[in-house]
Design a protein around this ligand. Structure first.
Ligand SMILES: [Zn+2]
Length: 305
């Protein structure tokens, strides 16, 4: 993974974090993913340049099944349970911060975490552009999930105690704008929990263009501890806590990730087949590659600024 020496001063797409227009090419288009990935010379933010428009309409229409990234099947229950396990600490933090308070999850998918927070007495709302996932959450957990993105939802300022943004920021066209909006939605001193893949890791150094998250064509931004913290601070937050949480994995998940990284469809297909087998559940185990970053931040406690 040796970045080419190509540098540019194209003014077409300034860095979302620092506004600079100078970048080095990290991966040319088609090497790691469809887009060209660059590193800002001033702040080190990694991003796709030129930026593709994320096909939101595509995502809204995605149906059910494995390709949708979520599913309505017997294995979805197992998946939901492992998600609750993986977010145990974050869920406790939310309840402790504002018992019975208002929580918003942006990009809540089928609402598993909000459903769990609801059973712990929280007043929950979700935004999810995919109609199938949103409907599943409404019907299964009886949640208020709106089939919208943040810019479409007419939400009142300073109306939430907690906002969750989990594995969403890397898909956004303008992360700084969205984080600034979230800060305004939070009550003074409100809690914001953000989680995203990180790239200041041994696995990225080792695997480079084959790293499991950088190959995803839906990702537009690639954060490190340094750049995510800088983005949060620029959006008006103060950072309270940072960790690199692990995941509960099972053999099917491993095979799917491996198949995607190596672009070997039969391995991926074997993983999808195994996902429906009981054996898969029995063999699940916790793993932490240190390649996920979760930050808990706070909105300012007064609105003077
Ligand atoms: Zn920059």
């Amino acid at each position: 993974m040796s970045p080419s020496a190509t540098s540019s001063s194209e003014a077409s797409q300034p860095c979302n974090l620092c506004g600079a227009n100078r970048w080095d090419v990290l991966f040319e288009a088609g090497v790691a993913q469809e887009g060209r990935i660059v590193r800002c010379c001033d702040c080190d933010l990694l991003y796709v340049h030129p930026r593709k428009r994320i096909e939101l309409e595509d995502y809204r229409e995605r149906g059910e099944g494995d390709d949708a990234g979520w599913e309505l099947s017997p294995s979805s229950l197992e998946r939901q349970n492992s998600q609750i396990r993986d977010y145990r600490t974050a869920l406790s933090d939310v309840v402790q911060h504002a018992p019975g308070g208002k929580v918003l999850e942006i990009g809540c998918c089928s609402g598993t975490l909000l459903g769990e927070l609801k059973t712990r007495g929280m007043d929950c709302m979700g935004l999810e552009p995919n109609g199938h996932a949103a409907r599943y959450g409404r019907e299964t957990f009886e949640l208020d999930i709106r089939t919208q993105i943040l810019s479409e939802a007419n939400l009142e300022s300073e109306s939430f105690d907690v906002v969750l943004l989990l594995h969403v920021v890397e898909h956004l066209e303008d992360p700084l704008e969205v984080l600034s909006k979230i800060r305004k939605l939070l009550k003074p001193g409100g809690m914001f929990i953000i989680e995203t893949p990180r790239y200041d890791t041994w696995s990225f150094k080792l695997l480079g263009r084959r790293e499991r998250n950088i190959v995803d064509n839906w990702h537009l931004y690639f954060f490190t501890k340094k750049t995510l913290v800088a983005l949060l601070v620029k959006a008006g937050f103060s950072v309270e806590k940072m960790c690199t949480p692990g995941r509960t994995v099972n053999p099917s998940r491993l095979l799917i990730v491996l198949g995607k990284s190596l672009r070997l469809k039969p391995i991926e297909a074997l993983g999808q087949w195994l996902a429906k087998r009981k054996l898969n559940e029995w063999l699940s185990f916790p793993i932490n590659l240190g390649d996920i970053l979760r930050v808990t931040a706070k909105a300012p406690s007064s609105r003077a600024q």
